[in-house]
Write a protein that binds this ligand. Structure first.
Ligand SMILES: Cc1cc2nc3c(=O)[nH]c(=O)nc-3n(C[C@H](O)[C@H](O)[C@H](O)COP(=O)(O)OP(=O)(O)OC[C@H]3O[C@@H](n4cnc5c(N)ncnc54)[C@H](O)[C@@H]3O)c2cc1C
Length: 503
């Protein structure tokens, strides 16, 4: 019997992962990607010898002891990479000579929290206990939760009861509510910001992240995000897969409520037995399928679930080293002069990523720097459309303000900027087509955390969705896991035993 043919829309981490696992299991796949490089949001771009990284703060599953590492290994993404585990997750200059370091080492973090929260000992100890419970747990990720049976459930329950109890305790408490519990003024006013997460996320999400960081299981792969994505692309092509770049899918071809293939915006059509969309969820449902296959629940995701904020990224190539700066993922400091980002957003603090730990991103003796700031989607998209010159001028103005602020903070920046680059929400849409410029899909809030979203559409056969739009929280692990899970599901349907291999 001929192998089944599968078309995958989108060459981000989810699409590439699906391609790899399907090829390992005897499916013939082709990926159609609108951009001319792999990776989607997991990307980077080169300017005058510098690489500006557009994604990885932390790669969950970077420690071989975590099951997730196996997935990265199977995808050829990690085994040849040097991983940097930062000492500080976020460093915040609080002014008046005070600073808070969110250490990745949990004992050090405990002491730092107690230093600022002398009136909150019990709350802090409880929070730290939670991190240590997660550190001792082992989240099973190799089998699709959709294929879990009673025995899998019981096994998980019996092995991971403390984790389940902890999750139930903290999944319905938002970080904003948690912050209000502190009596000490600095933590009561700043806790959420000190950890840099959206304030409607549940406390459990932060506890989980800090546990992975504490286990050195959320490191940064030297080479950065595009290099990481290219490694998976290489694995995919070595397994016999084919990526078609510069190929924007306009429509999914449907016959008798069966997905039959795709049509590109140049009119070319391609046919398959199965279509998987690993591309933007909104565009897939409302444009590629004209909103014909939807129910109230799915429509509700796009109407009601909050999204990760659109962002503007200002990147600088600076001709100097930053060896004296502590090793952090992001450092926040107060601005003497606020920076207007758009008519709705003005910032008084700046969070800066100094890639002094990745020499591959800059020529010798030089450093790549980036700042990512929340902004308004409509403003930038409309400005680009209605007044391209002002769009350019505004990007320049913000870049100049950032350079000035950095010069004041670190010195020796103004005259050393070799190149700068500004990516707005319009840029994110142009290169990844993500709805409202969201960089990680839906936020896992206290209402959506752990929610199972539908990965098929009502009334449409031979069609599946994977990636960040069908899993609140998105992220790279979701992409890696979803490729494995959809393949397990298709193998089960086709009566095949699922196989996975490493390079
Ligand atoms: C600044 C930033 C920092 C981040 N930090 C982290 C981090 O530290 N850790 C982490 O885990 N995650 C992080 N993320 C999130 C992570 O990058 C994403 O959640 C993840 O890469 C999403 O993968 P995906 O494959 O589901 O979707 P995408 O990356 O969006 O891939 C979808 C692909 O489909 C393509 N596509 C869309 N429409 C079409 C079409 N019509 N035709 C053809 N192709 C199409 C797109 O071009 C894209 O390549 C970060 C993201 C950003 C932007």
């Amino acid at each position: 019997m001929d192998n089944k043919k599968v078309i995958i829309i989108g060459g981000g981490i989810a699409g590439l992962s699906a391609g790899c696992y399907l090829q390992m299991n005897g499916y013939d796949t082709e990926i159609f990607e609108l951009h001319n490089i792999p990776g989607g949001l997991c990307t980077g771009w080169k300017r005058k010898g510098y690489t500006f990284d557009g994604c990885i703060h932390w790669l969950c599953g970077s420690n071989p002891k975590d099951e997730l590492y196996t997935i990265w290994e199977e995808l050829g993404a990690i085994q040849d990479k040097k991983i940097v585990n930062h000492e500080i997750y976020i460093g915040t200059d609080l002014g008046n000579g005070k600073s808070f370091s969110a250490y990745t080492d949990v004992d050090k973090l405990r002491l730092e929290l107690l230093k600022f929260g002398s009136d909150d000992k019990a709350l802090i100890e409880d929070f730290i206990d939670g991190i240590n419970i997660v550190r001792k747990s082992n989240m099973p990720v190799l089998k699709s939760p959709d294929l879990y049976n009673m025995f899998d459930g019981l096994k998980f329950l019996s092995k991971e009861l403390p984790l389940i109890r902890l999750m139930n305790k903290w999944k319905k408490v938002s970080l904003a509510d948690f912050q209000r519990k502190f009596k000490s003024s600095i933590l009561n006013q700043n806790f959420v910001q000190l950890f840099g997460m959206p304030d409607d996320m549940p406390v459990f999400a932060l506890i989980y992240t800090l546990a992975l960081l504490g286990n050195k299981d959320a490191g940064y792969p030297i080479g950065g995000s595009l290099d990481f994505a290219k490694s998976i692309e290489k694995r995919y092509t070595s397994l016999g897969g084919k990526v078609n770049y510069d190929s924007r899918v306009e429509k999914i071809i449907v016959e008798n409520n069966n997905a039959k293939g795709i049509r590109l915006n140049n009119g070319k059509e391609y046919f398959s037995d199965i279509v998987i969309s690993a591309a933007d969820g909104h565009y897939t449902i409302y444009n590629m399928l004209d909103g014909k296959y939807i129910d109230e629940e799915i429509a509700g995701y796009y109407k009601n679930f909050p999204l990760f904020s659109p962002i503007i990224q200002i990147s600088l190539g600076v001709a100097r080293e930053f060896n004296d700066i502590p090793d952090t993922i992001t450092t926040y400091f107060s601005l003497d002069e606020p920076i207007i980002i758009d008519p709705k957003n003005t910032i008084n603090t700046l969070g800066i990523k100094i890639f002094n730990y990745d020499p591959t991103l800059a020529p010798e003796g030089k450093t790549s720097i980036a700042t990512v700031i929340n902004t308004d989607y409509e403003y930038w998209v409309n400005l680009k459309k209605d007044n391209p010159q002002k769009y350019s001028e505004e990007k320049d103005r913000i870049a100049m303000s950032v350079i000035k602020a950095l010069d004041k903070k670190y010195g020796n920046i103004n005259d050393n900027v070799d190149v700068y680059d500004v990516a707005t929400p319009d840029t994110f849409v142009r290169y990844t087509n993500n709805w409202m410029g969201s960089f990680e899909g839906f936020i896992p809030t206290v209402d959506t955390f752990g929610k199972k979203l539908k990965k098929t559409l009502p009334g449409l056969d031979n069609f599946y969705m994977i990636g960040q739009w069908v899993q609140p929280g998105g992220g790279l692990p979701t992409g890696g896991m979803h490729g494995r899970y959809i393949t397990q599901l298709l193998c089960k349907k086709d009566g095949k035993e699922f196989r996975s291999t490493k390079e």
